[in-house]
Design a protein around this ligand. Structure first.
Ligand code: COA
Length: 697
C-alpha cells in the first residue's frame, strides 16, 4: 500500500483503510503528520472500494498533540484546524483508535472523528492550559458537545486527565477494549456497515443552554487553584462560546483566543518551563548510556520528617527500604506512623489498599549496621550536625559493600567533607529532597568533583523512578535552592527592619505569584526549626544579618509559628493567619535599638529586592559552574518553591524583565542596602551590556 508520507503510514484491509501516525518520539502533529493525514483522507476518498478510515498511532502513543517546537513560528499549511475540519466533514466513517496518550491536538483530532475506540489504560487530556494556551483545533467547542460542559470544563480549564474507563462512562469514547485495539477498531467498522449506522459528527450535536451556576463555579475554581494564570479563565470563556454560538463561529473565536495567548508572555514562560524540564535531563559530559549501578535495596539513616518521607518515596518506586533511627524502637515507631499515613491515603482514595500494603511491606525498621551492610544505596537524613554526619559517613564507608552509593540529604553542609570522611568519595553524592519528600517532585542531585559518573547517572535514574524531577548541581554550600533562598530570606528580613511588615512582604510575593510568602512559610515549618538552621549557618552570615535577630526574639517569646498559634502572625482556632500588632511592636523596638529609621516601603521595592537578590545569586551560580545552564535554576524554583510557572522561573523572568533593568535595580539597591548584598554579578553586567539575556539575545 502506498505511503502517505513517512509520518503517516497507510495499510489496507479489505474495505478499510488504516492510517497510522508514525512520528517518533510521541507522534506530535508536526507539519509532516498533518500533510500525511490529509493524504490519508485523499486516499480514502479516491478509492470507492474503501468504506471507512481508521486512524491510530504507532509506538507508545496515539499522539501527544500539536508539535510544541512549531509554536512561535507561522504554522505551515495544512494547519491542524483544517485537518480536523476535513476529518469531521468526511463522507465515510472515520474511527479513532486510541492508546497511550491522546493529548491536546491528538484528542482534538479524535473528537472530530466519527467514532472513538480506546485501549484500556489510554490517557485522554487537553493539557493546553499548562502551556499557557487553550485548545485551538476545536477542543473547546467539540468536547462540551460530546460530554457536556460540566465534565468538559474540568478537562479543558484544569487539564484534568481522563482514563479510558472514565472517557467511556462520559461518552467520549464509544468502546474501551482490553487488547487488540486494531482488531477491535476493524470489527467496530464492519459492525457499522452491517447495522447501517450513520456517521455521527460531534460538531453537529446540540450543546444545550449555558448553565450559569456551573460556569460561575468553574470560574471560582480556577481563580483559586490557578491564581494568576490567564489561560484557564479564557478556556472557560471558550467553552461557554460552544453553548452560545454556532460551531463555525465558536471555532473561529477559539482560535483567536488561542493565538492571542500563544503570543503572550505567560505562554512563552510556560513553554520555556516545559522545554527546560526536558533539557536538563541532557547532562553535558554524562553520556546517556553511562553504566548504572543496581539499586534494589536502600537504607535510610535517620527517621525524622525527611527520612520518613524519603523512605515513602523509595517504597513508592518499589524499592525495599531499611529505615533506621536513634534506636530500633524509634524506627519502629516511625514505621507504625508510616503505616497510619498509608491507611489514610487509602481512605482518601489516593492509594488502593493493595498499594498501601505493598509499600508498607517494602519498609522495615532496622539497626544501622545491618541496614547499611545490605544496601545498594544509603541515604543519610540525620540532623544537620556536621560532626555527626562526618562520623556517620566514616562508619558507612567502612561498613557498606563496595559499589554501594552513599548519599546525603544535607541541604547546606559541605558534601566534600562527608565524601572525604567516607574514604570512598567516588561513591558519595547528595540527594537533597524537599519537604514533604514523598510529595515534592524536586530533588537536587549533588555531585562533588570526585563523584563517579555512574553514581550520578544511577541517582538521576532513581529519582525519575520515584516520579521526581532531578536536577544535577555542584557541591557548594547551599547548592542552588537554599543558596538562592537564603538571599531572598535575607532581603525579607532587612525589609522588615527597614519599615515593611511581615504581611506586606508576604503579600508582595503572593501577588507576584508565589503560593505563600516567606514569613507565612516559616510559621508553617516552625520558627524553632528555622532558627536551628540559622544557627547552623551563623558563621556564613554578615554582621547585619547576625544582628537582625528577630527570629531569636520571637522564639524566645515562645512564638514558634502555627504550632504555638503565634509566630510572625497569630493564628485562630482554624489556623487562619492574622497580622499581629505585637510583632509590629517588636520589630519597631528592634529597629529603634539598632538605630534604623523605619520608612514606608513600596510593594515594588519589596518584590524587586527579593527577586533581584535571587537572580543575582543565580548568575553567580552560573559563573561558578554549580549548574551548567540557567534552565537548572528555573526548574529548581518552579518545582521547589512554587515560583509561578507563568513567569518561567527566576532566570527566565529576569530575561522578560530585561537584564538592563535588573542591573539598574541591583545598582540602585547596592547604593541603599550595601555593596556586599547587591554588587551585580559580572555575568549580569556582561549580558546586559551586550543586550543579551541568560537565554540569549
Ligand atoms: N511536541 C513536540 N515534542 C514533544 C511533545 C509535543 N507536543 N510532547 C513531547 N515531546 C518531546 C519531548 O520534548 C521529548 O523530547 P526530547 O527527548 O528531545 O527531550 C520527547 O518528546 C519525549 O517526551 P517526554 O515528556 O520526555 O516523554 P514522556 O514519555 O515522559 O512523556 C508525554 C510523554 C507525551 C506524556 C509528555 O511528553 C507530554 O505530556 N507532552 C506534552 C503534551 C502536550 O502538552 N500537548 C499539547 C500540546 S498543545
Amino acid at each position: 500500500m502506498a505511503e502517505a508520507g513517512a509520518a503517516v503510514t497507510l495499510r489496507r484491509d479489505g474495505e478499510l483503510l488504516l492510517a497510522s501516525i508514525a512520528h517518533p518520539p510521541v507522534n506530535a502533529l508536526s507539519h509532516a503528520v498533518r500533510a500525511g493525514l490529509m493524504a490519508a483522507l485523499d486516499a480514502a476518498r479516491a478509492d470507492p472500494a474503501i468504506r471507512a478510515l481508521i486512524l491510530s498511532g504507532a509506538g507508545k502513543n496515539f499522539s501527544a498533540g500539536a508539535d510544541v517546537r512549531e509554536f512561535g513560528q507561522p504554522f505551515k499549511a495544512p494547519e491542524l484546524g483544517e485537518v480536523v475540519e476535513r476529518t469531521e466533514a468526511f463522507g465515510k466513517p472515520v474511527i479513532a483508535a486510541l492508546h497511550g496518550n491522546a493529548l491536546g491536538g491528538g484528542l482534538e483530532l479524535a473528537l472530530a472523528c466519527h467514532f472513538r475506540i480506546a485501549l484500556a489504560g489510554t490517557r485522554l487530556a487537553l493539557p493546553e492550559v499548562r502551556l499557557g494556551i487553550i485548545p485551538g483545533a476545536g477542543g473547546t467547542q467539540r468536547l462540551p458537545r460530546l460530554i457536556g460542559a460540566a465534565a468538559a470544563l474540568g478537562v479543558i480549564a484544569e487539564a484534568r486527565e481522563l482514563s479510558a474507563a472514565e472517557a467511556l462512562k462520559l461518552g467520549l469514547v464509544d468502546e474501551c477494549v482490553p487488547d487488540d485495539l486494531e482488531g477491535a477498531a476493524m470489527r467496530f467498522a464492519r459492525r457499522l456497515f452491517a447495522e447501517g449506522r450513520p456517521i455521527r459528527r460531534t460538531g453537529q450535536i446540540s450543546p444545550g443552554p449555558v448553565d450559569e451556576a456551573l460556569f460561575a463555579e468553574a470560574q471560582r475554581g480556577v481563580s483559586r487553584r490557578q491564581r494568576g494564570f490567564k489561560a484557564p479563565p479564557e478556556a472557560i470563556r471558550a467553552v461557554r462560546l460552544a453553548h452560545e454560538l454556532p460551531l463555525k463561529e465558536g471555532l473561529a473565536r477559539e482560535l483567536e483566543i488561542c493565538m492571542a495567548l500563544l503570543n503572550g508572555e505567560q505562554s512563552r514562560a510556560q513553554r520555556h518551563a516545559f522545554a527546560a524540564e526536558r533539557e536538563i535531563a541532557r547532562i553535558p559530559g554524562l553520556p546517556p548510556d553511562t553504566q548504572l549501578r543496581p539499586l534494589a535495596r536502600a537504607a535510610v539513616i535517620g527517621c525524622g520528617v525527611m527520612g520518613r518521607g524519603i523512605a515513602m518515596a523509595l517504597a513508592g518506586a518499589g524499592i525495599a527500604v531499611s529505615l533506621t533511627g536513634r534506636s530500633l524502637a524509634a524506627a519502629r515507631e516511625v514505621h507504625a506512623a508510616i503505616g497510619k499515613s498509608y491507611e489514610s491515603a487509602v481512605t482518601r482514595g489516593a492509594l488502593t489498599a493493595a498499594q498501601g500494603a505493598e509499600r508498607l511491606g517494602l519498609i522495615v525498621a532496622a539497626e544501622e549496621d545491618r541496614a547499611a551492610g545490605d544496601a545498594d544505596l544509603v541515604i543519610e537524613a540525620i540532623s544537620e550536625d556536621p560532626e555527626a554526619k562526618q562520623a556517620l559517613f566514616a562508619r558507612l564507608g567502612a561498613r557498606c559493600r563496595p559499589g554501594a552509593i552513599l548519599a546525603s540529604n544535607t541541604s547546606f553542609l559541605d558534601l566534600r567533607a562527608l565524601a572525604a570522611a567516607s574514604g570512598r568519595p567516588a561513591d558519595v553524592a547528595g540527594l537533597h529532597f524537599f519537604n514533604p519528600a514523598h510529595l515534592m517532585r524536586l530533588v537536587e542531585v549533588v555531585r562533588t568533583t570526585d563523584t563517579a559518573p555512574e553514581v550520578v547517572a544511577s541517582l538521576l535514574g532513581l529519582a525519575r523512578r520515584m516520579g521526581k524531577i532531578p536536577v544535577l548541581v555542584g557541591a557548594k554550600e547551599g547548592f542552588v535552592a537554599n543558596r538562592m533562598l537564603a538571599r531572598r530570606s535575607r532581603e525579607a528580613l532587612f525589609l522588615i527592619e527597614e519599615g515593611a511588615l511581615p504581611e506586606e512582604v508576604d503579600r508582595a510575593l503572593v501577588n507576584f505569584g508565589f503560593p505563600i510568602g516567606p514569613f507565612a512559610v516559616q510559621d508553617l515549618g516552625g520558627l524553632d526549626v528555622v532558627l536551628a538552621t540559622r544557627r547552623a549557618r551563623f558563621g556564613t552570615l554578615t554582621e547585619r544579618e547576625r544582628q537582625a535577630d528577630l527570629l531569636e526574639q520571637l522564639v524566645a517569646a515562645g512564638r514558634l509559628g502555627q504550632k504555638s498559634a503565634a509566630g510572625w502572625y497569630r493564628y485562630d482556632a482554624e489556623r487562619r493567619a492574622q497580622p499581629d500588632p505585637e510583632v509590629a511592636a517588636l520589630i519597631a523596638r528592634h529597629a529603634a535599638r539598632r538605630g534604623i529609621v523605619r520608612r514606608a516601603i513600596t510593594e515594588s521595592e519589596i518584590t524587586e529586592r527579593c527577586l533581584y537578590a535571587m537572580i543575582n545569586e543565580g548568575a553567580r551560580l552560573l559563573e561558578e559552574g554549580i549548574v551548567p545552564r540557567a534552565q537548572e535554576i528555573d526548574v529548581i524554583w518552579l518545582h521547589g518553591f512554587g515560583f509561578p510557572a507563568y513567569r518561567g522561573g527566576p532566570m527566565f523572568h529576569a530575561d522578560l524583565t530585561g537584564l538592563r533593568q535588573v542591573l539598574d535595580g541591583l545598582t540602585k539597591y547596592r547604593g541603599s542596602v550595601g555593596d556586599e548584598y547587591f554588587s551585580p554579578a559580572p555575568l549580569i553586567e556582561r549580558l546586559a551590556q551586550a543586550g543579551h539575556g541568560f537565554y540569549g539575545p
